[in-house]
Design a protein around this ligand. Structure first.
Ligand code: ACM
Ligand code: ZN
Length: 756
């Protein structure tokens, strides 16, 4: 039986619809996303012998079918639907807020709803209220009332980098429905595969849907390794209709994305005449951003319009996504036709040319009664009049668009990119990079903090994106999506304050993960793993091991210099601190933490003379890459190569300054600092590092700047207490490289000092 911690018990009287006064206690609500109101009363509604009789009067047919199927599939409960007969009743109410519903679980169950869609949400809430086991199912007597906060509650799926079959897509949609997502953003075209049949242009799928090789391992690997196997696939228009219909029965609208002008190599492999050079190239098996994009000439615009003409009738959604992201202007810069376009239309540059390209799509889509949505790059060169912006590079694009009174969907990569790592475990499966643990997703609010109130109206909602370069199959897709999608649904749905993250974890452990088990979902179990935190102590740093399971006992084993060594080890209870003393060791050793269920968390600790010293970050790291704060550089955990999410401090600044305090005057012999180079992730080595030493933070002995290297090391030979470090980053990613023209990331970790 599932128990929920009672956070407060309020006793008061209410009248239920049977007008019987009942005692009500306020408990943590098991339903996610958390409804606006939830209260339990005394007693249970029992489901006897795995059967339930449902009064189908006022129950929308498709919702009834869904309810019957879900009860059978997840609980093996047989639902008999009959009009004017049963213990579950439905009422459609007029003059109530749109998409609101209530559930009253008493002797009978009564569901009131405003729209068919809200009846569907009520059903998904009701299903999450079922407790117990086969032949002993019950629902606590309770009252739920609810309505969503945001109208756009989206998940995106990239089927280009890896293809997902119709059945797999339907399964993804099924899982979305459990958590009341209502927008499925189907990323149908990209460089590595064109996935939708277009009858006027058959080569798009004959050629564009297939590639001969695929990168295995990471983009940043040297050398890169490819699997030389022909892979691909596409959806016929009939299959597309089938998926759209399937989603509509779950009140999910499908938004097709047809990428332009960039991410178009698959289409150009089929029709090279629509590029600037006309050069025949293959569908690439490598990820990234390619210089070859659609040419802006009128013939290409006509080609795109003809494609959209076939897309529009397939998707009832009011939106069509046209991409617009990551389109290098290299080819346009050199192409006579693109340059003529700039001149003839009095455009300033290639950014305005992109804006001109998108505007023609906007005019076309608007004339067909559709709304254009695109990634935030469509702001560059001027936003098209009717465009909605999907803000992914951060919140700035969304803020900018909302201030221009354009509608916005927030999908900032720091909160919404589910292709990023979700735990710092050594054996976490390969991901693109980045670090997005559950806690961070839980903090997501589609309304940016810096957006003035008068523009909040323009934020339609939010969405998480599943780019599939490193997500090869359904198992991994489920792993990357869940439970983060559950955390996200809270930010998109809850009107009231959400439960605390701690309470959310309790609900996950006790209710939602077992609920996902009913659907055989391969969710990440990161929430179960011991959490390790390095803290500052008087002698250096300490390790705290904690768990979502209260008073979990861990075995901490420290393997020092290759031989088993028990120091600091043994059994520790959740929240005990193990001390890692900088004065005792100056070496790398391995810490293994074994949980009571035998899962192991392993990491390398690098005990050094600087562990735990105060460090002042004068230049603040970017919030996306600042998991450990100022301790990151002196916590004894070295950033991993190749890059894995959480260890590095990341900056997007030209000049980075920090000051290390050695706490007393010391003879400093040598200074070391690690930098990361991962050009595919737009992470570059900085230009120079300059060290200054001081005894009082006023007078500084300034050393000559030195060229930065991955394992930077510099002889200092000076006496002092403070070391100031000034790093000059590269200001721009060079032309011809991924992310050209933008400020690259500078990543650093770990700082070490040798004393005399
Ligand atoms: C994107 O992630 N390139 C929109
Ligand atoms: Zn061109």
């Amino acid at each position: 039986m599932i128990k929920y911690a009672i956070i407060s018990v309020i006793t008061f009287l209410v009248c239920s619809n049977t007008n019987i006064a009942q005692t009500i206690s306020k408990t943590i609500c098991p339903i996610i996303p958390t409804p606006g109101a939830y209260q339990t009363t005394l007693g249970k509604f029992e489901i006897l012998e795995n059967e339930i009789l449902i009064d189908s009067k006022n129950l929308p047919k498709i919702v009834g079918e869904y309810l019957k199927n879900q009860l059978q599939m997840a609980f093996s409960i047989t639902a008999n639907l009959q009009e004017n007969h049963g213990v579950v009743h439905f009422n459609k109410l007029m003059n109530v807020p749109q998409n609101s519903y209530s559930i009253d679980v008493a002797t009978d169950i009564t569901i009131n709803y405003s729209t068919d869609e809200s009846c569907f949400y009520a059903i998904n809430s009701l299903l999450q209220l079922i407790e117990g086991q086969k032949n002993e199912y019950y629902i606590l007597k309770s009252f739920v009332s609810d309505s969503p906060k945001f109208e756009w509650r989206g998940l995106h799926l990239d089927v280009s980098r890896h293809f997902y079959t119709v059945d797999e897509v339907k399964h993804f949609i099924d899982l979305m429905a459990l958590y009341k997502f209502n927008k499925f953003h189907w990323h149908l075209t990209d460089d590595q595969g064109w996935r939708i049949e277009i009858k006027q242009f058959p080569k798009l799928t004959e050629i564009g849907a297939w590639r001969d090789s695929t990168l295995i391992g990471h983009y940043n690997d040297v050398p890169r390794v490819y699997e030389k196997k022909r892979t691909g696939g596409f959806y016929t228009q009939e299959q597309i209709k089938e998926v759209v219909e399937y989603a509509s029965k779950r009140f999910i609208s499908v938004i097709p994305e047809i990428e332009m002008p960039g991410h178009s190599r698959a289409a150009l492999a089929a029709y090279p005449e629509y590029s600037c050079t006309g050069k025949q190239q293959e569908v690439p098996g490598l990820w990234g951003v390619f210089d070859d994009i659609y040419c802006s000439k009128p013939e290409t615009i006509e080609f795109m319009k003809k494609i959209l003409e076939e897309i529009i009738p397939l998707f009832p959604s009011e939106y069509v996504h046209i991409g617009g992201d990551e389109a290098p202007k290299t080819r346009w810069h050199e192409c006579p036709k693109c340059q003529k376009n700039i001149k003839d239309n009095n455009l300033k540059d290639e950014h305005e040319l992109q804006s001109y390209f998108i505007r023609q799509m906007d005019t076309f889509l608007t004339s067909k009664g559709k709304k254009l949505i695109g990634w935030d790059e469509i702001l560059e060169g001027g936003l098209s009049p009717n465009a909605t912006v999907m803000s992914w590079r951060g919140e700035e694009g969304g803020i900018d668009a909302a201030k221009q009174k354009h509608f916005v969907v927030m999908s900032p990569s720091g909160y919404c990119y589910f292709d990023h790592y979700q735990s710092g475990r050594e054996n976490e499966p390969l991901a693109i990079g980045g670090f997005l643990p559950l806690e961070k997703v839980y903090q997501f609010n589609p309304i940016p903090k810096d957006l003035p109130l008068e523009y909040h109206y323009y934020i339609l909602g939010g969405q998480a994106n599943l780019w599939t370069e490193y997500i090869q199959d359904m198992d991994k897709l489920e792993y990357m999506t869940f439970p983060r999608a559950i955390a996200l649904s809270q930010g998109l749905w809850c009107r009231n304050q959400k439960p605390s993250f701690e309470d959310f974890q309790t609900i996950l452990l006790n209710k939602q993960l077992p609920y996902l088990d009913r659907f055989n979902v391969n969710y990440s179990k990161a929430v179960f793993y011991p959490k390790t935190e390095i803290i500052r102590t008087k002698k250096g740093v300490g390790l705290i091991v904690s768990s979502t399971k209260k008073s979990e006992i861990f075995n901490v084993h420290i393997n020092f210099d290759g031989s088993p060594y028990g120091w600091g080890g043994g059994n520790v209870t959740s929240n005990d601190t193990t001390f890692l003393d900088r004065h005792i060791y100056n070496s790398t050793f391995i810490i293994t933490i074994t949980s009571s269920d035998s899962t192991k968390t392993v990491f390398n600790f690098n005990s050094s003379t600087t562990n735990g010293f105060p460090l002042e970050l004068i230049t603040k790291p970017n919030t996306k890459f600042n998991v450990r704060g100022d301790l990151a550089l002196v916590d004894g955990i070295k950033g991993k190569r190749p890059w894995k999410g959480d260890q590095w401090l990341g900056y997007s600044e030209d000049t980075i300054v920090f000051i290390l305090d050695l706490t007393s005057k010391r003879e400093i012999k040598n200074f070391k600092l690690g930098f990361l180079e991962a050009k595919g992730s737009w992470i570059y080595l900085p230009e120079t590092v300059q060290i200054s030493v001081s005894s009082d933070k006023k007078k500084w002995a300034v050393l000559k700047p030195s060229k930065a290297t991955e394992y930077f090391s510099q002889v200092v030979n000076k006496k002092g207490r403070y070391i100031r470090v000034q790093v000059l980053a590269k200001t721009k990613i060079p032309v011809g490289s991924d992310g050209e023209g933008t400020t690259p990331w500078t990543f650093m970790d770990e700082l070490e000092i040798e004393f005399k």
